[in-house]
Ligand binder design. Sequence first.
Ligand code: FCB
Length: 456
Amino acid sequence: MIFPEDFVWGAATASYQIEGAVKEDGRGQSIWDAFSHTPGNVADGDTGDVACDHYHRYRDDVGLMRELRLAAYRFSIAWPRIQPDGAGSINPRGLAFYDKLVDELLAAEISPYVTLYHWDLPQALEERGGWTHRDTAYRFADYAQAVHDRLGDRVSDWATLNEPWVAAYLGYGNGVHAPGRRDPADAMRSAHHLLLGHGLAARRLRAGGAQSIMLVVNSAPVLTPAQVNDPSAVPDEADAAVAHRIHTLLTRQFLDPAVYGTYPQEVLDAAARNGGTGHIQDGDLALINAPIDLVGINYYNPCVVEAGPGLPADAAWPGSEDVRFAAADAPTTAMGWPIVPDGLSRLLVRLSRDYPQVGLMVTENGAAFDDVVEDGRVHDDERVAYLDGHLREVHRAIEAGADLRGYLVWSLLDNFEWAEGYRRRFGIVHVDYATQTRTLKDSALWYRDVISRNGL
Ligand code: FCB
């Protein structure tokens, strides 16, 4: 099973999940510092204060990437390192870190894929309203430009936002993520302002000469329980309507404005029921509809729903009245997430049909399992099986005509898994947090061979 010649193989991480060094070189506070330091928010009281200490160990970590023959490394920039207060003057010491990281990657012949926002909003901006506040979108564009001004001579691949659905709906809807607010109207406003920030930033990047710009979404096929194991199952009308609405809230809410400059009616209806649509100003959709080259897809598991007449909306899903979120009949990872590899090909084929103007890239895919180090090895057979199964579906989607440019495994390293803290290990490289020892898991060695063969 061979992949296209220019297929990009890599791995992904995010700043707050790996860097640590939260008080160093003038870094300001982010909403994740504030949130993780508030008791009860993160499992075991974990914080990103030290994480994988990547800020100090980035050279060794790039060495590991080289050993694994990665062609691409997707990482994110911590906005509070660049602008400690989220606005105004730029902190040169913060930029210097990413400058060195980019040079180290290029010296190892690894292409940097820079994500500008992977959830660590400067706390100072949250105090002014965070993403519920329209101005934050403009501040994001300024920050994006400052980063591009410094790195744009060496970085050609840019992503504006990581998973705006999660940032808006877990951050401001059910409060499971920072900043931990719980208000459906705030969540919907935030989703719009994130999109506005995406459009404004994409325009600045383009004006600065960026070669490739992408928006990264957490997408998933929305299936009825019967469809999980039988793609040919035909849902009844009520279930089909519910699945369509949830697909719209999860994926079309973000990709329709970005790619077509339109909001699906169901999104406007949901906003109308949750605080109104007054925050969507004339001209916003045109701004959001900035040309992009790629859509990044983070896929872990399908979303399974069926009609649930009379049920109230879930806190993370304003507009999800009368929907029952159901379990999938499938084995699960340590996160409890169902393993449905062919969900990925179903998703990719559909998105390439719905959004033919843009290329696709799998920007995250992977799994958490309870790994143990034995005699210097980690036999993570389940992760190898997970990755192998999903890569076969990536290949299948390419054969079916999807314009798929690459695959980035989540994650290079075990890291701070947000509200789950350090107890969930997603890395292909094991991290012993007490000693910061890195150990290549079997999945890392397997992935290196996949990359070398350009196939399975
Ligand atoms: C995604 C996030 C990423 C990681 C994985 C498991 O939603 O983008 O940071 O936590 O989930």
